[in-house]
Design a protein. Structure first.
Length: 139
């Protein structure tokens, strides 16, 4: 999916900060570089409205905000919202990975850890902010 944006850099930062998406830059050189945002298995390519449709032959609408769709099932949306909440809880500290998993609705900490890593590319332990909590989890 492609989303037309006025400013790719600002949009990528917003998707990272607000939605917790992971940024991927790819392409051939500065004039053909692409920016995509990953959200679990979902991929959103950000296309600047300043780029010609010849460079991005897939874009036939050039207004910012066009083609901004969501293809998540209700269960996938719920899972991703739980994981975003978990990431916030881990970053504020004071809780173990297991307690965060349970507090956002998971019954299996190992399943939580697998899905967390799949969405954010890192384990929940790596996102803990309190060093003592990291040590306690590793034992």
């Amino acid at each position: 999916m492609f989303v037309n944006v006025t400013n790719v850099e600002q949009s990528a930062q917003w998707y990272q900060r607000v939605l917790g998406m992971r940024r991927v830059d790819y392409g051939q050189g500065a004039d053909h570089s692409r920016t995509a945002m990953l959200f679990g298995e979902q991929r959103v390519n950000l296309r600047s409205v300043a780029v010609s449709t010849q460079e991005w032959f897939t874009a036939d609408h050039d207004a910012a905000g066009r083609d901004d769709l969501c293809f998540l099932s209700p269960l996938a949306f719920q899972r991703q919202m739980r994981l975003l909440e978990a990431r916030q809880l881990l970053s504020t500290g004071g809780k173990s990975v297991s307690s965060v998993a349970f507090s956002v609705g998971y019954i299996s900490p190992s399943q939580f850890s697998r899905e967390y890593k799949g969405m954010f590319g890192t384990s929940p332990v790596a996102d803990l902010t309190i060093p003592e909590a990291k040590t306690a989890v590793r034992r």
